[in-house]
Write a protein that binds this ligand. Sequence first.
Ligand SMILES: [Zn+2]
Length: 260
Amino acid sequence: MKIFDTHAHLSDKRFDEDRDELISGLKDNGVELVCEVGCDLRDVSATLALTQKYPFVYGAVGMHPHTAQFMDNGMADGLREMLKGGRIVALGEIGLDYYYDLSPRDKQREVFDMQLSIAAEAGAPVILHIRDAIGDSLDVLRAHKAELVKNGGITHCYSGSAESAKDFLDLGLVLGFGGSLTFKNNRKGVETAAIVPLDRFVFETDCPYLAPVPHRGERNDPTLARFAIERFAQIRGLDPEAAAELGFENGRAVYRLCDK
Ligand SMILES: [Zn+2]
């Protein structure tokens, strides 16, 4: 199986014990590309270092809604600079999270909107984190529709209804499917996977979070992406290898790795 894990957090401290061993073994497990996401702009040095060390690990940087309240102008300038380097291929993860509400909601919206403008200036795709905030997120996103349609992006770990998925697809975004697709009772996820166009989805792990069944609750890593791929293939009546290949090519297209 040929896998692109389009959303990983390999710089997380839960990989401190075996990070290099794990990443060095990824290709033997079919994981040929990874996008490592550094989502606290107060320090993304570990993410940048991984993208320098491993040619098949690209990076994304951005301020997560959880830490939106700490965003300042210096970090915004740093973000613009990092997007100019060839190893950072997207701005993210950014968005709104009204489930945890770790930053005030008005601050989350302001920082989300600001980062969408930075992505537009840079011509970069975005990675979206949206939780319990679909209506407000769509309002912010629609103000940037023209650039989003042009530059693209991923609605990471999409958890809304199949109906709302169409609103994100209309904005030029693709949908990310990960471990939660394997969870029992994830009816919305299954319905969304059933209707997404085959050129508009990617696979991701969000590791170390969201490990798939039968590893639920354990530390996730990119080699476990295959469980979501197999579930997606089952829902769509595809061969798992073919589903993986579609996700791989869709990921390369959204991050524009074809030009690299
Ligand atoms: Zn993430």
